[in-house]
Each structure stands twice: as structure tokens, then as C-alpha cells.
Design a protein around this ligand. Sequence first.
Ligand code: CA
Length: 138
Amino acid sequence: MRILLVEDEAPLRETLAARLKRDGFAVDAACDGEEGLYLGREVPFDLAIIDLGLPKMSGMELVRILREEGFSYPLLILTARSSWQDKVEALKYGADDYLVKPFHVEELLARIGRYSSVARSIWTPPRRRSACRASRWI
Ligand code: CA
């Protein structure tokens, strides 16, 4: 599962990226909204984690543009703002979920896990059919 992480606070970005990698995810990190948009357009991600307060372009704007352009992978918002208006606005623009800072990494991983299990269930291998015993007809 490949994850885009857009977060401008370096310690949080590095800690999260390291933890996600340790848990087996491929992570591409961006430190502002413009870099996030560039990567979000170019790389086939399975999920993006986007901070709302970002330099150059806000996380809200990033969510709006990605959805307008038809990108459908899940977008999980990180925000220090806890006002309900911000949550409603982000969800209206097409975000799938949000987490208010400070949060426990375990909670983020649990939310990501919901989407990775959805991704896994899209394709399931066909059941092997039992071999036909034709010998008795020969
Ligand atoms: Ca920020």
C-alpha cells in the first residue's frame, strides 16, 4: 500500500513516515501543499494523509483540487483545528476521514487499516475447482 504524507512540521512528518514504513507501507512525503499536489497527481497512491495547515497551498485546497481532478483514493485529514466547521468543510470537499492533533499513531494506523482492508477485498483469488475424475469413463 502506497501512502502520500503531506505535513509541514518536520518532526511529525519524519516520525510518521518512519512508523508507516516500519509497518510495511511505502511512503512518499511532501512538506507543502504544492509538492503534495504534484506527487498526488503523478504517483498512483492508495491513500493520502494531508495536514490542513500547510505552506504554499492549504490542505483544504489540496483536497478540493485532487477530488475535482477525479482522484479517488482515500484522503485522511490531519488538523490541529478542532472546530466542526473545518471538519464539515473538509468532508464536503471529498476528504474521507480526519484526525485532530495531537493524536496517537495507533489511531492513525487503525484508520489506515480500514482502507487497506478495503483495498485487499477488491480482488480475491478464484477458488480452485476440484479436479474432475475422468478415469472411470475410459
Ligand atoms: Ca501544519
